[in-house]
Ligand binder design. Structure first.
Ligand code: NDP
Ligand code: MG
Length: 388
């Protein structure tokens, strides 16, 4: 029986993870569930999954949970970042799903890596912010890292088991597919008027609001390029982004002999989640068979960096190295939040990111403190730029 902690259990990935776990009560037990603000969702999950511990974001949320829980299942209730790190590293835990959104997920994901857990990483921002430190922590802690992001999970599946590095395995390139989001064909001049509702209406995937906006700007693909760099040791020139509107091929690996291996499936995150939970075995995820006759055709396009400047900014940050990716990620988080709160226009997201990245450039990163310092400074400048 694998004991699992789910960081971000109330979110889109968290709920899909619980849906897979629910199908295999003989294999998985939930040690801890964490939420930030959605106490109502957590209240529904507790009697179904009977966690030993739950973590929420504030003392008020903890008191509300305490008051509304019925008597049959009463987990220990904790709150705050130290508690997130505690349930990610507890001796009783085998496997941690890191599915908190944004920089808030970094410390608990690192805690899981440090204590040698099987880390299922959905929280790409953690790796983007602190790639070198994160990978060093995984090695030092003897943790195993399994990508949940569908593209990286696909690449992982198309690479040989016991992967030793791209050169050793004869890999020429990684082809990261991208749906192109809801604005792939929209007239660029009309993007200034985009509303949060339009940006969050993704054609193929149902996701949290932040990643939905990132998909619409294609910053999501930019963050994924940086994520692929750290996970697979690929240089910026070895990663090609391919727009593939059907989202059926989740990514590909091209080998030196010209072979291209792809992983296909319906666009449903329960597939990569089930793959990583059971690895190296295979379990039912609840996802229907892929109907290729229904799909009928697969299209591919080159990404247009004029339409999607955020993708270009991410490549710039990757090439700059050091703190640049943490700076870009922080500026983007602040800009996306402002866009969702209607304080910033859609095209303003890329403008803010560019200004903040150009202002700070890059600096050496020697410690986690350097990462948090770069993150804080970038957030402050982004907030000032948006308020001005
Ligand atoms: P959601 O917004 O749906 O869920 C986010 C989760 O994080 C919620 O449980 C939320 O709690 C919690 N959370 C938010 N802020 C904090 C905080 N400050 N401290 C602690 N917990 C917090 O996001 P998704 O599930 O869509 O995405 C999660 C991560 O997975 C992201 O990094 C995303 O990029 C990545 N990912 C998502 C995919 C998807 O299909 N959704 C695909 C690939 C990657 P609460 O709701 O209780 O406030
Ligand atoms: Mg993805």
């Amino acid at each position: 029986m694998k004991q699992v902690t789910i960081l971000g259990a109330t979110g889109s990935i968290g709920r899909s993870t619980l849906d897979v776990i629910r199908r295999h009560p003989d294999r998985y037990a939930v040690f801890a569930l964490t939420a930030h603000s959605r106490v109502d969702v957590l209240l529904e999950q507790i009697p179904l999954f009977r966690p030993a511990v739950v973590v929420v974001g504030s003392p008020e949320a903890a008191r509300q949970l305490e008051a509304e829980l019925d008597g049959t299942c009463r987990p220990e209730i904790l709150w705050g970042e130290a508690a997130l790190c505690q349930v990610a590293s507890d001796d009783a835990v085998d496997c941690v799903m890191a599915a908190i959104v944004g920089a808030a997920g970094l410390a608990p994901a690192l805690a899981a890596a440090q204590s040698g857990k099987q880390v299922l990483l959905a929280n790409k921002e953690a790796l983007v912010m602190s790639g070198a430190l994160f990978m060093d922590t995984v090695r030092a802690g003897k943790a195993s890292l399994l990508p949940i992001d569908s593209e990286h999970n696909a690449v992982f599946q198309a690479l040989p088991a016991g992967f030793r590095g791209l050169a050793d395995e004869g890999v020429r390139r990684i082809l990261l597919t991208a749906s192109g989001g809801p604005f792939r064909t929209r007239e660029p001049a009309s993007l200034v008027d985009v509303t949060p509702e339009e940006a969050c209406a993704h054609p193929n995937w149902v996701m949290g609001r932040k990643i939905s906006v990132d998909s619409a700007t294609m910053m999501n693909k930019g963050l994924e390029v940086i994520e692929a760099h750290w996970l697979f040791g690929a240089g910026a020139d070895q990663i090609q982004v391919v727009i593939h509107p059907q989202s059926v091929i989740h990514s590909m690996v091209e080998y030196t002999d010209g072979s291209v291996l792809a992983q296909l499936g319906n666009p449903d995150m329960r597939t990569p989640i089930a793959h990583a939970l059971a690895y190296p075995e295979r379990i039912d995820s609840g996802v229907a068979s892929l109907d290729l006759f229904e799909v009928a055709r697969l299209d591919f396009e080159r990404p247009d960096l004029a339409r999607f400047p955020c993708l270009g900014l991410a490549f710039e940050a990757l090439r700059a190295g050091g703190s640049a990716a943490a700076v870009l990620n922080a500026a983007n988080e602040v800009a996306v939040e402002a866009f969702l709160e209607r304080r910033l226009g859609f095209t303003g997201i890329a403008d803010v990111c560019r200004r903040v990245l150009e202002h700070f450039g890059t600096a050496a990163v020697c410690s986690l403190q350097d990462v948090f310092d770069a993150d804080r400074a970038a957030r402050e400048l982004a907030r000032r730029a948006i308020a001005a």
